[in-house]
Design a protein around this ligand. Structure first.
Ligand code: GLU
Length: 436
């Protein structure tokens, strides 16, 4: 049974970078008929906010990345305390007393001497008496003692990975104020929830190395890991600082279509071209994590507008019926309205002005030299109800009566009826115009 999870920290809004993680994990679970868990990593009480949890859920719902259940880390603190106790009992969790300033100074010294800034395990050499003295003056934090050996795994994207544990600092699992840190919480959850596959960003590779040892120390089963590359801007520039401006909720407000975004993200950085999918089932069927590469992935937000427009142009009526009804388009006109509108919009919001045009008409735009012609033509306009043949029949009759043809015939009529010199196919639009 495949079980995956998406584990955002509710300390901000989800952005396109998080979306890759969510989508890959969701696709793996759905493709295997498995379970997808939304895990809220909220062990940091100061930075975690309920409104971010709500927005994370709204974003995932908007995208159709539905989850089978939600787990909150803040509800599992007792479990983490038990795991910490187990690690202490096994001699794998040790008490440290360095202040951030002390650690910082040590790191700088190491770097100056050309050495990697790895924690020197000074705390392991403290006697009980020294520890007692330190305990009296400051709170202890707790580090996991890594076994100094190579940590190896077969990564679903990176291939074989091998990390020398001695090049990594023993990770802090519990802070001085007692707060359990993500590394321990995540391992406990992955074990307890039977997680089989973890996909996350390549910024977590070192975490993975340490977590592999923590899982083993707690007697857990190994997990399949895959680390996707991080997104960069179109020029290869780091996107991390700009990710705040690429929040999913903002893309949604800009009218980006969920399936356009998902289709893009399900292929970006893989060996396969982006293919627009209208349905999740197609997205699931075409997904293969082994097609993704380790190189940073270029992302250009401006691609999304074009993909969204293209998706809309090919979209079935059923997928927009609710939006059309919400605009107040009568049911008997709804399908014809969509058939007219879809090629003329970039986002769903573009339907509103088109419906206003149909419902209310516009102030006719008529050049002085066309005034007489337009008046004559309008007098010949067949009364409603009109159909797809009306425009052709009308303009043919007007052509015969006035001798005008081509652009000189059609353009003034379009401008008189729509106020614009380009726009929807007139034979589709004319039957929908309610005010003429
Ligand atoms: N809360 C972590 C993050 O957002 C989760 C990483 C993981 O998937 O384990 O980076």
């Amino acid at each position: 049974m495949t079980v995956t999870r998406f584990a955002p920290s509710p300390t901000g809004y989800l952005h396109v970078g998080n979306l890759r993680t969510a989508l890959f994990n969701w696709l793996i679970a759905r493709k295997a008929g498995g379970t997808f868990i939304l895990r809220i990593d909220d062990t940091d009480p100061e930075r975690s906010k309920p409104e971010y949890v709500d927005q994370i859920k709204r974003d995932l719902e908007w995208l159709g990345l539905e989850w089978d259940r939600v787990e909150m880390q803040s509800a599992r603190l007792d479990r983490y305390a038990v795991a910490a106790e187990e690690l202490r009992g096994k001699g794998r969790l040790y008490e440290c007393f360095e202040t951030p300033a002390e650690l910082d100074l040590r790191r700088k010294k190491q770097l100056n001497m050309g050495r990697p800034p790895v924690y020197d395990r000074a705390a392991l050499a403290l006697s009980e008496a020294e520890k007692d003295a330190l305990r009296a003056e400051r709170a202890a934090h707790w580090r996991f003692r890594l076994d100094h050996e190579r940590i190896e795994w077969q990564d679903g994207i990176l291939g074989p990975v091998s990390i020398d544990a001695a090049s990594v600092s023993d990770p802090v699992l519990i802070r001085g104020d007692g707060q359990v840190l993500y590394t321990l919480a995540s391992v406990c959850d992955d074990m307890d929830f039977g997680i089989t596959d973890v996909v996350r960003g390549s910024d977590h590779v070192t975490n993975t190395a340490t977590q592999i040892q923590i899982i083993a120390a707690l007697g857990g089963a190994p997990v399949r890991f895959a680390h996707h590359s991080l997104l960069t801007g179109p020029q290869g520039e780091a996107l991390s600082k700009r990710l705040g401006t690429l929040a999913l909720k903002d893309l949604r407000e800009q009218g980006v279509e969920p399936m356009a975004l998902l289709s893009h993200m399900a292929r970006l950085g893989s060996a396969d071209p982006v293919e627009l999918r209208q349905d999740m089932a197609d997205l699931v069927a075409g997904f293969d994590i082994s097609r993704f590469g380790a190189a940073p992935t270029k992302f250009d937000v401006s691609d999304l507008a074009g993909l969204s427009a293209k998706l809309l142009h090919g979209m079935e009526f059923d997928k927009v019926a609710a939006d059309i009804a919400a605009l107040g388009v009568p049911e008997n006109l709804a399908r014809d309205f969509w058939d007219m509108a879809r090629e003329n919009i970039e986002t769903r919001a573009g339907m509103a002005p088109l419906w206003a045009l149909c419902r209310d008409g516009v102030e006719p735009v008529v050049a002085p030299e066309d005034a007489e012609f337009v008046a004559q033509a309008m007098a010949m306009l067949p009364p409603a109800p009109r159909d797809a043949t009306t425009w052709k029949a009308w303009t043919t009759a007007v052509k015969e009566a006035t001798g005008r043809k081509g652009k000189g015939l059609f353009q003034p009529l379009r401008k008189a009826l729509t106020g614009m010199d380009h726009g929807p196919d007139m034979s589709k639009l004319l039957p929908l115009l309610q005010a003429v």
